[in-house]
Design a binder for this molecule. Structure first.
Ligand SMILES: N[C@@H](CCC(=O)N[C@@H](CS)C(=O)NCC(=O)O)C(=O)O
Length: 296
């Protein structure tokens, strides 16, 4: 080590391939090729930037394997409250995606079992035995069930091992609170533009994100290092990015270099790419819903 070179602590989690619940059809859609496990493992070697911030090499694609099928009204319930820890999600739900991503990032794939639910044909036992609110995500842990994605990602971060997702300074903590409390307003503003209600609202919301991403300059994420804030926003930005491009022919990253870089860096994190949706399906689902809502 030469004098004067700053050596940072580079502590990304080891992004091992999950044993059973993984599939990344979206990755192959993005990159159009599959790679073998050995080279994939090598590709996941994590690096520090010269300034010590954490960095991954790009995740190109993932070995083909299938996602755990969703449980529906014909499925038997799991042995609820048998001491297992289960995360109930829907593959298409952005709120559930937050909790799923947090669980992956903390390398809890073996500790927290993923239980995907078909929301369109929901099993009655889900509301009766698991979560009376009848929504996803929900985490069954220590004989109780915790819901609400923003609470849940904090709960997972605090109550389980694995790399921390928490802000690492008082200043970042305050900024994280501000950003987390803006998540709903962000989505509302973007939706107001998509619905034609307010043509400028989305621009304001994306500009807010662009500015927020410039506050800390050591890394590409909201708080420099990957954190709960990135987890909270990425499922929504993923959707809006695709929908704006397809439906409105607008690139939300144009003129927003911080946002462009953030999306690029997010796509290097396997814990996230594993949860990403098939872009085409996502856009189709949005269009169908928008059409249905527009019908008198
Ligand atoms: N505020 C909740 C929202 C969860 C939510 O609305 N999930 C949707 C799926 S994306 C759901 O379960 N909907 C079922 C229903 O409302 O009946 C959270 O952040 O977890």
């Amino acid at each position: 080590m030469s004098a004067g070179v700053r050596v940072g602590v580079c502590s990304y989690p080891s992004l091992a391939l999950p044993s059973k619940d993984v599939s990344l059809p979206s990755s192959s859609l993005y990159f159009g090729r599959k790679i073998h496990r050995s080279s994939f493992d090598t590709d996941l070697k994590l690096r520090c930037n010269s300034n010590g911030t954490r960095r991954t090499k790009p995740v190109l694609a993932v070995v083909s394997s299938s996602r755990v099928p969703e449980l529906d009204s014909s499925s038997e319930p799991p042995q609820v409250f048998d001491g297992s820890t289960r995360l109930y999600i829907s593959y298409s739900c952005p709120f559930a995606q937050r909790a799923w991503l947090a669980r992956n990032y903390k390398n809890l794939r073996d500790k927290i079992e993923l239980v995907p639910i078909d929301l369109k044909n929901r099993p009655a036992w889900y509301k009766e035995k698991v979560y009376p609110a009848n929504k996803v995500p929900a985490l069954e842990h220590n004989n109780r069930v915790i819901g609400e994605s923003l609470d849940l990602i904090k709960y997972i971060d605090t109550n389980f091992e694995g790399p921390s997702l928490a802000p690492n300074s008082v200043e970042k903590e305050a900024f994280a609170d501000e950003l987390i409390s803006y998540t709903d307003s962000f989505s509302k503003a973007v939706r107001a533009t998509l619905s034609g209600e307010d043509s400028d609202a989305a621009d304001g919301a994306f500009d807010y994100i662009e500015k927020a991403l410039s506050k800390f300059k050591e890394g590409p994420f909201f708080l420099d290092l990957f954190s709960l804030v990135d987890v909270a926003y990425v499922p929504f930005i993923e959707r809006f990015h695709l929908i704006f491009k397809d439906v409105m022919n607008v690139d939300i990253t144009a003129g927003r270099p911080n946002l462009a870089l953030w999306i690029e860096e997010m796509n290097r994190i396997e814990a996230y790419t594993e949860t990403r949706q098939d872009p085409q399906e996502l856009v189709e689902r949005y269009k169908k819903r928008a059409q249905a809502e527009a019908r008198p």
